[in-house]
Design a protein around this ligand. Sequence first.
Ligand code: ZN
Length: 76
Amino acid sequence: MHNVKPISDPTLPVEQVTVMFESQYNDEMEAEVMRLEAQKRASDVGHPEWENACRVCGCRINGTRVATCTKCAEGS
Ligand SMILES: [Zn+2]
């Protein structure tokens, strides 16, 4: 590339900060989506008061980062 911006370009740090911010924002969005999907699985098995439920057997799961309980995760 011939038109690469020099390292002293004053706009470069701003761009880097923006990328970092967007990355963090995406992580938060992803966590929110996982939380909503976990809540939906719980509702689907008849327990909307749970925060998460196994998509295979429908048992209760603590936390929202997984879609299956440890038992079902081992079998898959
Ligand atoms: Zn399960």
